[in-house]
Write a protein that binds this ligand. Structure first.
Ligand SMILES: C[S@@+](CC[C@H](N)C(=O)[O-])C[C@H]1O[C@@H](n2cnc3c(N)ncnc32)[C@H](O)[C@@H]1O
Length: 319
């Protein structure tokens, strides 16, 4: 059990105390400084397993994740608004402080996707795209250049802000679509997608995340791929952690835990064909995976900035 006496937890708690008393989480010198310190504190590999926190620290973690999510949304809105003032917003994406992180995360996700899927997806859904849909923009611009992207966000302001960014680009404006809706209200439309990306901030705690995943399992096409973002170690204080056994209805193919400045872990899973003895209402849990030993998967040597990835063997989940 990890409790508040742990030095790392004490440092995170101290930052939480300062962040939670800020008047606003809109970008400012103080907000930027505190969140930079928080990310640098949580980034290094650590012994901490956030599933083994004492109650008090777990409660702090839940609140901290929500504060991080709110700040991320405000940061993206802030820079989306600035970018909208340019004639060609997509030519100035590098003004966003975490643009390089998105380039690396999208490259990582593309590498993982192509490692497990031989065909280029025709239609991709991004759930939780936000006012600055960088993942879709980067994937569509550099990796999946013939794929159409349907971006879903519950926030009514996200669609107009995102459209403003892509409308000046003749290619992306034809391939990127935006929908204002709670993903829980999208049902049969989910069947159209070869790949569904689920943003880290959709489902801010375990129960919410599992509800979203179960909804996707119910309506996604059998054989379609789900790409999720999770967190590992102390990075679990910044984002919700997705456990493989939360992914009922999917075969978990692999999990990658970056050890560099790419914060999110990436999970790829495939909705398996509906076995005879189960139905959409009663999906089957994660199935037995190929038994792989601990497997260091060196990605494309051109990506030497993306450190050695840990491809963890997933415990067989008995139904
Ligand atoms: C801040 S963005 C981060 C995604 C980031 N822009 C990217 O490209 O990876 C996360 C978004 O998820 C959206 N969101 C949260 N819950 C959702 C839900 N149930 N359905 C659709 N969107 C949701 C929020 O409104 C927020 O805009």
């Amino acid at each position: 059990m990890v409790c508040e006496k742990d030095p790392l937890v004490q440092k995170i708690t101290d930052l939480y105390d300062q962040i939670s008393t800020l008047d606003s989480l809109k970008p400012s010198k103080d907000v930027n400084m505190l969140f930079t310190q928080l990310v640098l504190t949580c980034m290094p590999p650590t012994h901490i397993d956030v599933t083994k926190l004492c109650k008090k620290v777990q409660q702090m973690r839940s609140k901290l994740i929500r504060l991080c999510g709110e700040a991320e949304g405000l940061l993206e809105t802030h820079f989306s608004t600035i970018l909208a003032s340019y004639d060609n917003p997509l030519h100035h994406l590098n003004i966003f402080p975490y643009y390089t992180n998105y380039l690396k995360l999208s490259q990582l996700e593309f590498n993982i996707l192509t490692k497990h899927c031989s065909n280029v997806p025709n239609k991709v859904a991004f759930v939780g795209s936000g006012p600055l849909p960088l993942t879709s923009i980067v994937l569509a611009s550099f990796h999946l250049k013939t794929t159409s992207f349907h971006n879903y966000d519950i926030d009514p302001s996200a669609k107009s802000k995102a459209l403003r960014l892509v409308s000046s680009d003749p290619d992306l404006s034809r391939r990127m679509f935006f929908h204002t809706t709670d993903i829980m209200d999208v049902t049969n439309g989910l069947k159209e997608f070869d790949v569904v990306f689920l943003a880290a901030l959709v489902g801010m705690d375990k129960d919410e995340k599992v509800r979203v995943v179960e909804h996707l399992a119910k309506y996604m096409n059998p054989g379609a791929v789900l790409m999720l973002r999770s967190a590992h170690g102390a990075r679990g204080f910044l984002y919700p952690v997705v456990d493989p056994w939360d992914l009922r209805g999917f075969q978990v193919l692999s999990i990658f835990h970056p050890t560099d400045e790419v914060i999110n872990s990436v999970i790829i899973a495939r909705k398996f064909p509906m076995p005879k003895h189960c139905s959409a209402e009663h999906p089957v849990g994660p199935m037995k995976l190929p038994n792989k030993c601990f497997d260091i998967d060196m990605l494309n040597p051109l990506l030497n900035h993306v450190n050695l990835m840990e491809e963890l063997d997933i415990e067989d989940q008995l139904l």
